[in-house]
Design a protein around this ligand. Structure first.
Ligand code: NDP
Length: 453
């Protein structure tokens, strides 16, 4: 049987092998999920809520263990990994509120009573990437389970360890066997089978736009629901009237967090031309101060990239010859390291400006006025996130309405909260996750008319 060999990205040591799931086992898992889903959906809403709370408690008790697994498997700094594990617990707790709040509607009609129900879809396939293995999984499985579905989760080949542990915690906390299954293995085998299997009625996919396109085409063949959360090339727009100190101090975190392997990374900093020199002066010490090092150390802010293949891809962008403004530091020796790097591209059409690098590399570009800032921010196939720095409230409103992106923040860089909707416009995706409507996305609306005749 084939297996993935997992490598610690900070020192290149072998962690362990994880066997791939063969196609026949995917089919057997789907059959188990179909059975488990029927029983789960038949439970009283309060009982489903209670079961999710117990799962959240089990995750809460394992925060440190999950965090340490992510440090080893993905190279995330320990502080970030603890936040991620805590976020999984929070998503589950928030999701536990859904079963008893999935209200239908009563619609006034003649001759009787008309009501709607949010019925579960059935079995949901969740395909996740390697950049935030446990949080992105939870955004899918929390609300999907809450709405009465069974879930089959395919982790990325490089980073399956936290997902496998979460499935064990689910079982240990009392969730029925077969309700949440994790099937490691290659996308071309396990992922494609989930997309093609007729009993998997919805796919939630997070990853590259290229693979997302294939997944969507596969779902179309089966007229299957699909949510896509894809790439980004988000803009951090800094106007001259902004608090430049605060904008420059926070800009490194907004792009170098998780070593830039973040679909929301603000990887284009757009600065009003008359403030450019001052902004760069303030940005340089902030970039040089980013603490890059061993992910297990408490003081580390940025770790290595996830794999040698990905490190080489990111380095390839640094070899294109774009002028470097300044760089931070990175450890020598084994590990997949790239220092935080600030580029000053000569053209808005450079590849480093238009393509998602998914590493600790940011381009700084000047703009002339508000209209130019909006045009430049929107000059991308993506539309996931972005930030706007200004002290002018009217401008903040105008620009945030004009930028074509699903998640914007003004004078901050927040993108993800479990209680607010998240997702992209344009080629960044279709559908929304999280927020008050998260569970509705895992239901079919059924309309029932009861005649009074
Ligand atoms: P992919 O989009 O290929 O992988 C994401 C997930 O999809 C993984 O679980 C992968 O499995 C699976 N998958 C791959 N092919 C298929 C398929 N044909 N059918 C179903 N599932 C499939 O991302 P990569 O890991 O290749 O990363 C490439 C680039 O994508 C990055 O450099 C980055 O630019 C971007 N990216 C964006 C992310 C985001 O959050 N928006 C996340 C990750 C990457 P497997 O692990 O086995 O390949």
């Amino acid at each position: 049987m084939s297996a993935a060999v997992l490598i610690d990205p900070s020192d290149e040591s072998v962690i362990r092998e994880v066997p791939d799931t063969p196609v026949e086992e995917v089919d057997a898992a789907v059959a188990r999920a179909v059975r488990a889903q029927r029983g789960w959906a038949a439970l009283a809403p309060a009982d489903r809520a209670q079961a999710l709370r117990r799962f959240a408690d089990a995750v809460d008790g394992a925060v440190e263990e999950l965090a340490r697994l992510e440090v080893r498997n993905s190279g995330h700094p320990i502080g970030s990994a603890r936040w991620e594990a805590g976020h999984v617990r929070d998503v589950l707790e928030y999701s536990a509120g859904f079963p008893e709040r999935l209200n239908g509607r009563q619609i006034p009609v003649a001759g009787g009573l008309d009501v709607t129900f949010h019925e579960p879809i059935g079995v949901v396939g969740i395909i996740v990437p390697w950049n935030f293995p446990m949080t992105i999984a939870a955004w899918g499985f929390g609300p999907a389970l809450a709405a009465g579905n069974a879930v089959i989760l395919k982790p990325a080949e490089w980073t399956p360890l936290t997902a496998l542990r979460l499935a064990e915690l689910a079982l240990a906390s009392g969730l029925p066997e077969g309700l949440l299954q994790v099937l490691p293995g290659p996308g071309a085998v396990v992922g494609e089978r989930l997309v093609a299997h007729p009993d998997v009625r919805k796919i939630v996919f997070t990853g590259s736009t290229e693979t997302g396109r294939k997944v969507m085409a596969g779902c179309a063949r089966h007229v299957k629901q699909v949510t896509l959360e894809l790439g980004g090339k988000s803009a951090n727009v800094v106007f001259a009237d902004a608090d430049l100190e605060a904008a420059a101090a926070s800009a490194p975190g907004a792009v170098f967090d998780n070593a830039g392997q973040d679909c929301c990374a603000r990887s284009r900093i757009l600065v009003e031309r008359r403030a450019l020199d001052r902004f760069l002066e303030l940005l340089e010490p902030a970039v040089k101060a980013v603490s890059v090092g061993r992910p297990g150390e408490e003081s580390t802010e940025m770790g290595p990239l996830v794999s040698v293949a990905h490190r080489d891809k990111v380095r390839g962008y640094l070899e294109l010859g774009t002028p470097v403004a300044f760089q931070g530091t990175a450890p020598e020796g084994p590990g997949f390291w790239v220092p935080p790097t600030v580029l000053l591209p000569g053209s808005r059409a450079d590849r480093v400006v238009t393509e998602e690098i998914f590493g600790p590399v940011v381009s700084v570009l000047p703009f002339d006025d508000e209209a130019d800032a909006i045009a430049l921010a929107n000059d991308t196939v993506y539309g996931l996130a972005g930030s706007i720095w200004t002290r002018d409230l009217g401008r903040a409103i105008r620009v945030s309405r004009a930028v074509e992106a699903g998640n914007l923040s003004v004078n901050s860089h927040s993108s993800v909260r479990y209680s607010t909707p998240f997702g992209g416009m344009k080629q960044s995706g279709i559908g929304r996750e999280l927020g008050p409507d998260a569970a509705v996305a895992f239901t079919e609306t059924k309309n029932v008319f009861l005649s009074n005749g």
